[in-house]
Design a protein around this ligand. Sequence first.
Ligand SMILES: [Zn+2]
Length: 136
Amino acid sequence: MSNLNHTITEKFQCTVKENDYFNKNILDQLAKLQEVAAKLNKNIIRACTYCGCIEINANNKLYSYNEDINLDMIKLLDPHHISGELCEDCKDRIEKDLGSCLYYLACISNSFDLKLNDVLLKEIDKINLLGKFNIE
Ligand SMILES: [Zn+2]
């Protein structure tokens, strides 16, 4: 990860820490993270069902893990089970929801004096190490 990303991650976490007066309780932070994640789900579903700017092909069973499937073959298939493109309104909603998720992840990290940058670096290492077997 570049130094620029490192700086942005640290700056974000510090900004959250300096400006967060109302979410100091870890139980509140956990509840809020669940709340904003649910809102993210709702707005993605809304983009498909209410707005209609995207379509989700939920019938493609190749996207669920199955030991009979050669994982290398999946790379050759069309990976886009989402068709269409988010309209500006839906894109704005989903970006705000993702930002809220990041905000509460930063709050939780701050509560335990964990650095989001370290978390990201460990996750990158895990992805690179496990590659296609990184399925949970
Ligand atoms: Zn839309």
